[in-house]
Design a protein around this ligand. Structure first.
Ligand SMILES: Nc1ncnc2c1ncn2[C@@H]1O[C@H](COP(=O)(O)OP(=O)(O)OP(=O)(O)O)[C@@H](O)[C@H]1O
Ligand SMILES: [Mg+2]
Length: 370
């Protein structure tokens, strides 16, 4: 019996949500450490006080959990469990912003039919709400961004259907149409990547990657988009292999080179280089483009962030590329840095651990949002 008691006491203490135990008069008789943290009241001060003193939890319509007509009194009077999914917890002692919570009140019976007390469980739902809000924001932005190429696609197809066109005109319109479809495809790919990253549904299968062949593929893929810029791919002969995943490394470099192309003028040079040091391979993507003002630097890797700059506004983009880059680099155990001079150019540096310096096993690592 004593052992069970200790175990139940431990369960109460270690329960991952806030638990507050009250007697039939709604006086606090126990609270666990999570409840102490959430309410800002420590046990010594809280015990023996009316629950209303330490807990101000209001539903969205403003009804107070501890008010005379609130859930706690009703549960104690009627002996019924009461659950609320969305409510606000006001931290009476610290006057911070309210915390979004869900709560339940369960009456407790020792003997007799009327409750002898109740346990209040309060669950901080901020992380769940943040995930839902981020998903809604992604959906909204995705629909908005997809509208532009879709409208152009519709316009182009109407022109193709409605007018007698020469072969040359028809070809030109079809090429534009193809370009817009490409843009939509890339955008949908990015949105899917972000959604997988944010929900933690992405894993890395680490293995030895031959850097030279990845860099070569990247250069081949982006060459048709250069439109008058030159691209130099510099890879030394003795470049060590990295411990990574070729597809992710490819996606990282393509994103960076695409940015270098987008944010620089025809006639300038872009360089993609790689070199090894004792523990890592360092990739550099540099351009002689518009550069980035200092004030935009801290937010570059945020989702949907685009510098407020006329050149940037003129180019199409969603602001997802660098968020994807940073997430993928982190999954590979590497780092990404940027240095730039406004009007002169930008250098993005990515380091990925060398194959020899990491364990020989091939771990599968699932990584969530950052
Ligand atoms: N090489 C670069 N030169 C100048 N500015 C850059 C460069 N790379 C990124 N930026 C700035 O960082 C912002 C974020 O880049 P990111 O790749 O995330 O988005 P995007 O290129 O605008 O859109 P997306 O990649 O989703 O199509 C850009 O909008 C731009 O302001
Ligand atoms: Mg980009």
């Amino acid at each position: 019996m004593a052992r069970e008691r200790t175990l139940s006491e431990q369960a109460f203490e270690q329960f991952p949500q806030a638990l507050i135990l009250v007697d039939r008069e709604a006086t606090v008789i126990a609270l666990n450490p999570v409840a102490e943290r959430l309410t800002g009241w420590d046990r010594g001060d809280a015990l023996g006080r009316p629950a209303a003193d330490i807990l101000e939890v209001r539903t969205e319509t403003g009804v107070n959990l501890c008010a005379p007509n609130g859930a706690l009194r009703r549960a104690l009077r009627l002996g019924k469990q009461i659950n609320t999914h969305f409510a606000y917890l006001f931290r009476l002692r610290t006057s911070d912003d309210p915390v979004r919570v869900a709560y339940s009140v369960s009456p407790l019976h020792i003997k007799g039919r009327s409750p002898d007390g109740a346990v209040i469980v309060v669950h901080d739902v901020t992380p769940e709400l943040e995930t839902i809000e981020a998903r809604d924001a992604l959906m909204l932005a995705a629909s908005h961004e997809l509208k532009t190429p879709l409208t152009t696609l519709k316009g182009l197809s109407e022109l193709l259907l409605d007018f007698d066109l020469s072969e040359a005109q028809r070809r030109e319109l079809l090429q534009d149409l193809h370009g817009q479809a490409d843009r939509m495809e890339r955008l949908i790919g990015d949105i899917l990547s972000v959604s997988r990253i944010d929900s933690g549904r992405i894993s890395v299968d680490l293995s030895r990657v031959d850097v030279a062949s990845v860099v070569q593929h990247v250069c081949d893929e982006v060459r048709p988009m250069l439109n008058g810029r030159t691209l130099k791919c510099r890879i030394p002969e003795d470049l060590p292999a990295v411990m990574g995943e070729a597809r992710k490394l490819h996606q990282i470099l393509v994103n960076l080179v695409n940015n270098a192309i987008k944010y620089s003028e025809p006639g300038t040079q872009i360089t993609l280089s790689a070199r090894g040091d004792a523990s890592a391979v360092r990739f550099e993507v540099s351009d002689q483009g518009v550069g980035i003002r200092k004030e935009h630097m801290p937010r570059l890797f945020e989702k949907f962030y685009r510098a407020d700059d006329p050149v940037v506004r003129r180019t199409s983009g969603t602001g997802l590329g660098l968020y994807i880059v940073r997430s993928l680099v982190t999954m590979l155990g590497g780092q990404v840095h940027v240095r730039s001079r406004h009007g002169k150019g930008t250098v993005f540096t990515v380091t990925v651990p060398r194959a020899e310096t990491t364990a020989r096993t091939r771990p599968r690592v699932a990584v969530g949002a950052h």
